[in-house]
Design a protein around this ligand. Structure first.
Ligand SMILES: O=P(O)(O)O[C@H]1[C@H](O)[C@@H](OP(=O)(O)O)[C@H](OP(=O)(O)O)[C@@H](OP(=O)(O)O)[C@H]1O
Ligand SMILES: Nc1ncnc2c1ncn2[C@@H]1O[C@H](COP(=O)(O)OP(=O)(O)O)[C@@H](O)[C@H]1O
Length: 339
């Protein structure tokens, strides 16, 4: 986005960004002048943690523009009367800018002061069944995906893929799922921007529950009250999903939960990205918590959410035991002091 921070992964990285380390945002893209006006400060708040480069533009106060997709537009329209409405960004229609169409939506970061942001991609599958069918019928090995695979694991490609310097899209997506926690937990961390301005998108091998716990602990800076607020919001989302007609009737692929908090203790979670959310044929519904087999279109969203909640509960209980430990040791030292 113009003036915003891009914290995207390798497909959009310039060579300077290739190293998998935390970087302050000013080294990534943005040139900043002090002092900031309110608008500049808002633009600096804004970060794109995942998705396609150039997909977003700045808009009027508190809103952003996302490149138009018919599919996503239809989802926003259908969500208008749904139980999920209060958990998705406000949708303000289609607008034209510089000859292009955009979806006009609420900027979820607008009400925060120097927010920390995390993008968690939900589900056990991150590609559409039709992509699998297409790749089987007309395999199109892609060099860009091969390079992204080799960057993470030089042993990743098969000998044939090495010799053609290419992998197909579903093959790449399945490999990403197996390297990360998508397969094991039904969600994965895509990117994080912390309030100190550092961005990280090097989570391709963050796979085990313990790995994820460590990332969340670091993300909240050890503030377990933030974790508790996130847990409350996730439970509300879980309940809303179970009520939602939209959710029953759609295969939800590649959608994320966006976690946002700041130093005031404000902490929210939002459902974003309906670019690959697809309606099922009339009368068909999904469970969202049973294993995927080709043809059943299950996405594992609810299974992933359950695991995400359990993971945050583990972070929270670690916090509680630390608090107990601290108060026990404090009271012991007080007793000792008194002796
Ligand atoms: O995360 P990395 O490893 O970079 O892989 C990306 C993401 O899976 C993208 O999904 P998302 O946009 O949800 O982040 C996907 O876009 P699609 O959503 O179009 O499937 C890209 O496909 P290509 O754009 O085909 O390269 C794929 O290369
Ligand atoms: N409504 C929003 N408010 C604030 N940030 C957003 C919003 N929508 C998306 N983003 C940011 O942009 C990133 C990519 O969004 P997404 O919709 O997943 O794009 P894509 O469809 O290109 O994958 C998210 O990770 C988040 O950082």
């Amino acid at each position: 986005m113009e003036g915003g921070i891009q914290c995207l992964k390798s497909r959009n990285r310039d060579p300077e960004e290739a190293a998998p380390v935390s970087k302050p945002w000013w080294k990534l893209k943005t040139l900043v002048h002090w002092p900031f006006s309110a608008t500049q400060r808002r633009k600096l708040n804004w970060v794109q943690l995942a998705g396609h480069k150039g997909n977003f533009k700045a808009a009027d106060e508190g809103t952003i523009l996302k490149k138009f997709s018919e599919n996503e537009m239809q989802c926003f329209e259908k969500l208008k009367g749904d139980a999920l409405l209060s958990f998705v960004p406000g949708y303000h229609g289609v607008v034209e800018k510089d000859g292009e169409s955009f979806l006009h939506m609420t900027d979820l970061l607008a009400n925060f002061d120097l927010p920390s942001v995390m993008d968690c991609k939900m589900g056990i599958r991150t590609y559409l069944e039709e992509e699998l069918v297409r790749a089987r019928e007309r395999p199109k090995p892609r060099e860009d995906l091969y390079k992204k695979m080799v960057e993470v694991d030089s042993e990743g490609p098969t000998p044939q893929e090495h010799s053609q310097c290419g992998v197909t899209k579903p093959r790449y997506m399945q490999w990403r799922e197996s390297m990360s926690s998508t397969n094991t937990l039904g969600f994965r961390i895509e990117g994080i921007k912390k309030c100190d301005g550092t961005c990280r998108t090097d989570f391709k091998k963050t796979r085990s529950k313990q790995d994820v716990i460590l990332v969340f602990r670091d993300f909240v800076g050890g503030n377990f009250n933030i974790i508790k607020s996130y847990l409350r919001r996730l439970t509300e989302i879980q309940q809303a999903l179970k009520m939602s007609e939209f959710f029953k009737q759609h295969e939800v692929i590649g959608s994320s939960l966006l976690f946002i908090h700041d130093h005031t203790g404000n902490a929210q979670v939002w459902i974003i990205d309906f670019g690959k959310t697809t309606a099922l044929p009339e009368g068909q519904t999904l469970n969202h918590d049973i294993p995927w087999q080709e043809g059943n279109r299950e996405d594992g969203y609810l299974w992933g959410l359950e695991n995400l909640i359990h993971t945050l509960e583990s972070v929270s209980s670690e916090g509680s035991s630390e608090e107990t430990f601290c108060s026990v040791s404090n009271s012991q030292s007080t007793e000792t002091d008194g002796q």
